[in-house]
Design a protein around this ligand. Sequence first.
Ligand code: NAD
Ligand code: UD1
Length: 337
Amino acid sequence: MSILLTGGAGYIGSHTCVELLNAGYDVVVVDNYVNSQPEALRRVETITGKKVTAYEADVCDKAAMDAIFAKEKIEAVIHFAGLKAVGESVAEPLMYYRNNLDSTLTLVETMVKYGCKRIVFSSSATVYGAPDFSPVPETARLGCSNPYGWTKYMIEQILRDWAAAQKDVSVVLLRYFNPVGAHPSGLIGENPNGRPNNLMPNVLNAASGKVKELKVFGGDYDTPDGTCVRDYIHVVDLAKGHVCALKYAAEHTGSEAINLGTGVGYSVLDIINSFERSTGVKVPYVITERRPGDVPSYYANPEKAAKLLNWHTEKTLDDMCRDSWAFKSKNPNGYEA
Ligand code: NAD
Ligand code: UD1
């Protein structure tokens, strides 16, 4: 029996492949490589010394998904596949709704056909919109500010409804906070297409001289140092959370939404300081105007993950920065030679 990872060649999927293989699971990946490269999976094999079975296909392609489920014995699915760029989702909302919702419906219909009843879904803290308070518990009010966020919100609802209708189904909705870092080997990491929006890829570009300086969006927020605060989580800790979620899904039915965060908030300046301390490399930066739509501060309440999944983060902010830099220095052009 294998675990199917949709979008398994991507940033979080590739790190989860490593943790699953290390934990003794067999892994099957389906990815259309719209935002990733097959090279990531070859490197997963190098790290683990184990084989990854991979299919190049669109999860929206019903016939292709049917063929994969017919050939492989899939005991559970981790559904990473999706488009994830917030700005692009505002410009191209229909593309986001089509890809993220259609892939989920096609996947779940195929699971139903083949009697596969367990799914772990990549949701996001973005479903909390602008949280009223932190630490944010799973019971917090939901609401989104962009089409990407709404796709996560809608998929959560679809999967919850499925679990409510089918009593033997198990759904775990993992709400990630801010994933950063890379595998400590420096072989796999985040490899954003085009100009990145998120903080860490921009820190790396400034540190490596690819851009002149990091623009820090806003220095006058009501936070300890005036810059925004987020809950950054090491991608290896996050990946291990999926192994715990799979075990939980094997033993429970119904649906649960669970935060994956550290419970600690760090500011943009904390990241810059940690990066410089842990790597010895300077991050030139300038404080500019606020980015529209940014929430000043929020971080997770991770108690539910501790209680239900027996999962805790282990890595420090310095680990996140050092490992991000290891991947960037070894792969200045990402997975391209
Ligand atoms: P990623 O873009 O690196 O990985 C997503 C993968 O899905 C890519 O390999 C892409 O090629 C694939 N994909 C997309 N649409 C597909 C389709 N229709 N068929 C087959 N493959 C398809 O992103 P990631 O950072 O690894 O994120 C994984 C999941 O976690 C996504 O659903 C994302 O929305 C969610 N998430 C990410 C973050 C983050 O900051 N990285 C935060 C919260 C939630
Ligand atoms: C963003 C998305 C969110 C998504 C998340 C993970 C927005 C408004 N929100 O969240 O929906 O789930 O990414 O993909 O886009 N920063 C800088 N300079 C930069 C980049 C970022 O100062 O060049 C700051 C931001 O202002 C923010 C922090 O760094 O305070 C983190 O930014 P980012 O990595 O984009 O994550 P979020 O804003 O939390």
